[in-house]
Design a protein around this ligand. Structure first.
Ligand code: F6R
Length: 328
């Protein structure tokens, strides 16, 4: 898993160097995909939202009914190319006569692209889908830019590459690893809660939780401010059940967060008191939304693998997911 994480800067660079994909113009893009592939749609959504471009996400079978009148471009993302929900979305899109583009390594999705003659961006194979984040996010962002009014994505992809490379450094000695080791030690043996806020750290908080589940084989939970200030804060601030103190909290802060959000983050520690064990605060780096989401996510990838390693767990296999797919 370390080698795969260490390839992330090169993955973003690969996407920057990709020949511009050709696809139908669209004012709305709907990204369909599951798990480690589907999260590329969440990244694309926040990147596009910052420029007023409408990118939506679908993580289910079929398609939502609004596609019939909005008529979005469907971007189907499946690393294996064989995920049932994503293939079902493509079939529904073809039935509705919607334009489709794919991001995959091959499989049935690539076969369908050939037969139905829709564009497919082929990403390098041989990885766990969740470890191919840079390829998948990069390819989806390139497709969105090709279809919509999103500005040139190459500078942000190169910035994501450079910022993640700086955090990784050489031989696992970069500042990202230092920070990740400290947080991993503070999280050992605990459930994990990750808080972000709308935009880059919302995506990163989600990525942290999913990487904890898959790499560290540890339940993890994510949420965002300000919504959590209207409900979940009560549960976290209570010590009567003992669950809060069994949890390690990581707070993701964004360089671009507005003062209202910063004030909420600043006030919460005092209100929560000793109920939750505060395991660390991580700040995004870089200026583009993509680089900020990529850097906060990378620290989570590193923490999840450091936690796995400390517990003697192999971060790579996700046997129970495969077993469920086999039984379906
Ligand atoms: C495995 C992983 C999973 C898969 C998901 C969908 O590393 O992250 O979440 O991404 O089961 O499979 P693909 O990506 O092949 O469509």
């Amino acid at each position: 898993m370390w080698t795969m994480i260490e390839s992330l800067p090169d993955q973003y660079r690969w996407a920057a160097e990709l020949e511009a994909p050709t696809t139908s113009p669209a004012s709305t893009v709907l990204v369909c995909g599951m798990g480690g592939s589907g999260i590329s749609g969440d990244f694309a959504r926040v990147v596009a939202a910052a420029e007023g471009v409408d990118v939506r996400i679908h993580k289910d079978y079929g398609l939502p009914s609004w596609v019939e009148h909005v008529r979005p471009l469907i971007v189907a993302v499946s690393y294996s190319g064989n995920t049932a929900e994503t293939l079902s979305s493509v079939e529904a899109a073809l039935d509705f006569g919607l334009p489709v583009a794919a991001v995959t390594t091959g499989g049935e999705l690539s076969r369908m692209a050939g037969v139905q003659d829709f564009p497919a961006v082929l990403v390098p194979a041989g990885m766990q889908p969740r470890a191919a984040l840079g390829y998948l996010v990069g390819a989806v962002v390139r497709l969105v830019a090709a279809a919509s009014s999103l500005g040139d994505p190459i500078p942000m992809l190169l910035e994501a590459a450079n910022e993640t490379a700086d955090l990784l450094g050489e031989e696992r000695a970069g500042p990202g690893h230092d920070q990740a080791r400290r947080i991993a030690a503070a999280l050992a043996g605990r459930l994990v809660a990750v808080w972000g806020s709308a935009g880059p750290t919302e995506v990163a908080a989600q990525r942290w939780a999913k990487q904890f589940h898959e790499n560290a084989k540890t339940p993890a939970y994510w949420s965002i401010v300000p919504e959590l200030n209207h409900n979940e804060l009560v549960g976290w601030a209570s010590s009567h059940h003992g669950l809060s103190s069994a949890t390690g909290l990581v707070v993701l802060r964004d360089q671009g967060e507005i003062p209202e959000i910063a004030r909420r983050f600043d006030l919460m520690p005092d209100l929560i008191g000793q109920s939750v064990h505060r395991a660390g605060e991580v700040w995004t780096t870089g200026t583009s939304v993509l680089a900020r989401a990529a850097t906060a996510s990378l620290i989570g990838d590193l923490v999840s693998v450091h936690v796995a390693e400390a517990a003697g767990i192999d971060p790579v296999p996700v046997d129970v997911l495969t077993e469920l797919k086999n039984r379906l």
